[in-house]
Ligand binder design. Sequence first.
Ligand SMILES: *[C@@H]1O[C@H](CO)[C@@H](O)[C@H](O)[C@H]1NC(C)=O
Ligand SMILES: *[C@@H]1O[C@H](CO)[C@@H](O)[C@H](O)[C@H]1NC(C)=O
Length: 287
Amino acid sequence: MNNNILFIYLFLIQFLSIWCDNYNEDNDWDVLVFTQRWPLTVCSQWIKENSNHSCRLPDYEDIWTVHGIWPTKSGTRGPWNCDDTWKFNESAVAPIESDLQEFWINIEKNTALTSLWEHEWKKHGTCAAVLPQLNNELKFFKQGLEWIKMFNMKSILLKYNIIPSLNGYEVENIFNSIKNVLNHDPVVQCVVDKESKETLISEIQICFDRSFNLIDCDPVEKNFRKDGILTDCSLKKKVFYPNKVLSLLNAETFDSDKKSSFDELLETRNYWISIYKTIKFLIWATI
Ligand SMILES: *[C@@H]1O[C@H](CO)[C@@H](O)[C@H](O)[C@H]1NC(C)=O
Ligand SMILES: *[C@@H]1O[C@H](CO)[C@@H](O)[C@H](O)[C@H]1NC(C)=O
């Protein structure tokens, strides 16, 4: 008898938790995370992933571009994919498509031009659409364009003399500069270059509430907190904010008169790689 009651009880708990999960999936979110990316870092990574890869870069190469607007439930990620029946329709964004190609560009050239927009709409836009201000594609993508123009990290970082170059910056410096301009905590994200092991700035997130007021990103990215700043970048090493696409095969990198430590590092590596390849070739040729 007791066992039966326990069973029913467990069943009810299970049922309720599934029901609550589904509810969460729908439209339970409180923060809009607006993510911008640094095209030259994204491109450097994309090219290194596969030698056949190439990039679409914005005409003004040194602007930050939109990655996405991500409805987020504090302390979690998502919800995602809130309406699988609502497919991305390119005609709906036709009036702003030339702007999207500049400011919300799909850097990964070996994929379709519209694939970033398609992905962002399906995964995040359909969840943002519960807000009247974002309830169709045109409004959603227009909002991204508005924010990237208002909050472009190029001009925000410039206020504190943080400019694209091959000199590194402290991540604290980057974080605090943005915080000082916006009065709210951003999230600063990096990638580590596989070959040089250097850290490159890749994305910056700022956060809005459901009324589009800027708020601190703290509730969103608890796991990123390090010494009072929100980042996954190394606090021990300088972070590069590159002013060109970095690629081991980029001859231009090795021609310049004034070489930064980063260039030198790449050059040294390239030298050893070519020696290694030569030795391998000699071994192969003499067998
Ligand atoms: C690059 O593309 C060529 C031709 O499409 C293919 O044969 C080769 O395997 C590709 N290389 C890589 C590293 O994927
Ligand atoms: C796509 O958008 C255009 C322009 O808003 C609209 O006329 C058309 O009906 C839409 N197509 C679909 C399949 O929803």
